[in-house]
Design a protein. Structure first.
Length: 123
């Protein structure tokens, strides 16, 4: 069991570099990314005061996760850390959001739903 866990951590460490590259290629100022069994955590620059720019970047990370789920990843929660705060979307909410995407909801309606279900914590 420990060997399997070690292999998973090694795989995640190797693939996290490509996650950062994927974020950066989408215009998201990510500095690190870590995928565990339950959570995708992305560290990026920004602040709560950035308003729409922060929301655009947060949405970009969500859609990267949604694309990865469509490519076969398991559904995991999402945590985006910025200096002084974290934005968290729990696994069940990610699942619900992906279901809503599959139902064909507009991006605006989906974005609003995601924001309503995102927890913001100050660090």
């Amino acid at each position: 069991m420990k060997l399997v866990l070690l292999l998973v951590v090694v795989f995640i460490s190797v693939s996290s570099g490509s996650l950062v590259e994927d974020c950066v290629s989408r215009g998201i100022p990510a500095s690190s990314a870590l995928l565990t069994e339950d959570l995708l955590t992305v560290e990026m620059s920004g602040s709560l005061a950035m308003g729409d720019s922060l929301l655009k970047h947060y949405g970009g990370v969500f859609f990267l996760l949604a694309d990865s789920i469509a490519d076969g990843w398991s559904v995991v929660g999402l945590q985006v850390n910025i200096p002084g705060a974290s934005l968290i979307l729990f696994r069940e909410d990610v699942f619900s959001a992906v279901e809503r995407m599959q139902q064909g909801l507009s991006e605006e309606v989906l974005a609003s739903w995601i924001l309503e279900h995102t927890w913001v914590t100050r660090n």
